[in-house]
Design a protein around this ligand. Structure first.
Ligand code: SF4
Length: 225
């Protein structure tokens, strides 16, 4: 099953993005996550969003949306063994006694897949547009075990990037302000759509069609039995 990824963009100046900067509050959420201080893409950092984003003046928020109706209608035909993901693995490590329901397995797989695709796409966009940097969704899951845990440097330092959440932005606020979206979550049910939020920071205003062209044709692939 190949599900198309719909892309919506909202370009704004950096000050508008910073209206959703709630560093203290977001850090408390990060501190209760198993990745806190265990992954180079996650807090605590020896820098902050203000200094990290200092060279940039504009933010283009990139929303990905996938309609989940086709998954829901064929859920019995999906190949569960093909739905493993690093996000699921780390969740199970954190809560080994908890049974993860099918809809959560699918949601984590979908998030992981889009997160990885967006991380790669943003790196490509950075190469095409001068003075830009991407903020992909979620934490980095490139390596099975992040080398931070072994006290070693990041294995892919050139492409190490940080999510909006990791930098202290309240992403629910960005969804609301940029796209008038309030995302809910319910156990044992798929949401109406899977969404993720990334940003391409830039020094100058950018041509949005370049982003749309780069991301055209993105799909979420799910194996069927
Ligand atoms: S690339 Fe590997 S070492 Fe670097 S942050 Fe990601 S998981 Fe950690």
């Amino acid at each position: 099953m190949k599900l198309p990824v719909k892309i919506r963009l909202k370009q704004m100046n950096k000050e508008t993005l910073f209206e959703a900067y709630q560093h203290e509050e977001v850090l408390t959420y990060c501190q209760s996550c198993s990745n806190y201080e265990k992954n180079y893409s996650c807090p605590d950092f020896d820098f902050d969003a203000v200094s990290y984003l200092e060279p940039y003046h504009y933010a283009t928020v990139i929303l990905t949306e996938i309609d989940t109706e086709p998954i829901q209608s064929q859920i019995d035909r999906l190949d569960v063994s093909g739905l493993s993901s690093r996000v699921l693995e780390s969740y199970q490590k954190e809560k080994p006694d908890e049974t993860v329901d099918m809809t959560s397995v699918i949601s984590m797989y979908a998030f992981n897949s889009i997160k990885d695709q967006m991380a790669d796409q943003l790196i490509e966009l950075e190469k095409e547009m001068d003075h830009t940097i991407g903020l992909p969704p979620g934490s980095c899951t490139k390596c099975v075990v992040c080398s931070k845990l072994q006290g070693e440097p990041c294995r892919f330092i050139e492409t190490l990037r940080y999510s909006l959440e990791a930098l202290g932005f309240l992403v629910s606020e960005i969804y609301k302000r940029s796209f008038d979206l309030e995302l809910g979550w319910a156990k044992n049910t798929l949401p109406e759509r899977f969404c993720s939020c990334s940003v391409l920071m830039s020094k100058e205003r950018i041509d949005e069609t370049m982003i749309l062209n780069e991301l055209e044709g993105m799909v979420l692939e799910i194996n069927e039995e």
